[in-house]
Design a protein around this ligand. Sequence first.
Ligand SMILES: Cc1cc2nc3c(=O)[nH]c(=O)nc-3n(C[C@H](O)[C@H](O)[C@H](O)COP(=O)(O)OP(=O)(O)OC[C@H]3O[C@@H](n4cnc5c(N)ncnc54)[C@H](O)[C@@H]3O)c2cc1C
Length: 483
Amino acid sequence: MRKVLVVGGGYAGFYTAWKLEKKLRTDEASVTLVDPRPYMTYQPFLPEVTAGSIEARHVAVSLRRHLPRTHLIVGSVVHIDHAHRLANVRPADGPEQELPYDTIVITAGAVTRTFPIPGVADDAIGIKYVEEAVATRDRLLTAFERAATLPPGPERRKLLTVTVVGGGFTGVEVFGEMLSLATALLKHYAELSVDELDFHLVELRDRILPEVAAEPARWVVRHLEKRGARVHLGASLVSAKNDHILLSDGTEYDNHVLVWVAGNQSNPVVARHTDLPVDRAGLFRVRTDLRIGTPDAAIPDAWAAGDNAAVPDLASDSPGGSFTVPNAQHAVRQGKRLAKNIVADLRGRKVKPYRHHSLGTVATLGLGKGIFQYRRIVIKGPLAWLMHRGYHVLAIPTWERKVRVALVWAAALFYGRDIVSLLSVQHPRAEFIAASLGARQRREAGEPTEPVAAGAPAHFPAQVPDPHELTGDHIAGSRSHPG
Ligand SMILES: Cc1cc2nc3c(=O)[nH]c(=O)nc-3n(C[C@H](O)[C@H](O)[C@H](O)COP(=O)(O)OP(=O)(O)OC[C@H]3O[C@@H](n4cnc5c(N)ncnc54)[C@H](O)[C@@H]3O)c2cc1C
């Protein structure tokens, strides 16, 4: 039996493994998938998670549940020695392992691109993972609670200030959704007014949304400005130190939530830790059939797709050719083509080239607002937003996830979105430690140490560890290692 190793269970990796499970005979090959997360993240829904319109766990597709025939290793591939068909895997626990394979599929995606701008590493957050979307949502919701207790003034305004750096597809979607959430929240906070919201979108180029034509992109800028936002075109972030934003156009202000979505860069394991060939951008050189190699010479048993590969775009009519855009539309289809080609290769059949004509671009700009473009057809507003939701609810893998997402949307039609912040889950032991410390102080003062909570069950005291065992290290540890 041949051993197929899939590195990364995101879009391309999940679909490759899913289709391999369906197509491979049980005695033909075994499939192992390695990913540090045991779930595939449906990234196009992250802006809606940030806005509280989608439940966080619903965008995470369990690999164990939906890939029952695939052996899952939760860990990171840190090195690939293709000459010896060996991958080094660093699991979540235990020592690094050497994993032998016969065929490798590398679909590890890209990582967020950052620059050494003062303050960014300390304060900014990306929107690539579900944890980031949830933390951003909770930070915004908590900011409203805090602002409502303050008198009007600079402190309160700072709490209601949001900056998104990056006016690409992701940046604009996240910005539009956060603005939509903030505006909707105002009706629950009589103390706060719309003039106090301060939303900034910062883009280095002189336009946003390079995925759509110039005029619809200008419309999006006007649309966001009409909703009270400021769009800084041709500007870059110079500093974000101490929550103070300085832009290259001279704009300065105090800021509370800083979201960094200024593009991707190649995955380090692809760019630096393999003997397989990569281009100058650190992406695998891939042929039209998705094998790694050049048009003249394929590297045997090595395949790649998605955001970590430069895949020739056979549907492009640009002279000299180009590469497929790094997006989900391609990653999904490349994953499916890859699985078919691997099976064909195993059975000694001909493999086929990957070709896909873009279905257009659709982006959410907040609840009930969107933009769609397919060639010269542009649709703006609620219809485009419905198209965004319709497309993505059909595109999220598995019926189980589609139903969960759709049910939450349906409930929101009647009850609105959920506006509770769970920021405190990042410090789950804080209350417990405070209670235990209180007990310790009471014991040291010779006072009774019974639990203070009224109605606490009789067995509760027995479950509380001896407060003397809670050292300063425990407390510091619990704060610096949330969860
Ligand atoms: C917020 C957001 C919104 C988006 N919206 C859209 C949209 O509306 N339409 C669209 O077409 N595209 C959209 N995209 C882009 C799209 O999600 C990506 O292009 C797509 O996910 C790429 O798929 P992939 O499989 O190459 O990488 P990913 O889906 O990123 O998967 C890579 C996987 O590899 C894993 N991994 C990384 N390193 C290692 C390692 N060393 N070892 C093992 N595993 C590893 C990661 O944990 C991850 O699970 C969006 C992206 C974002 C961030």
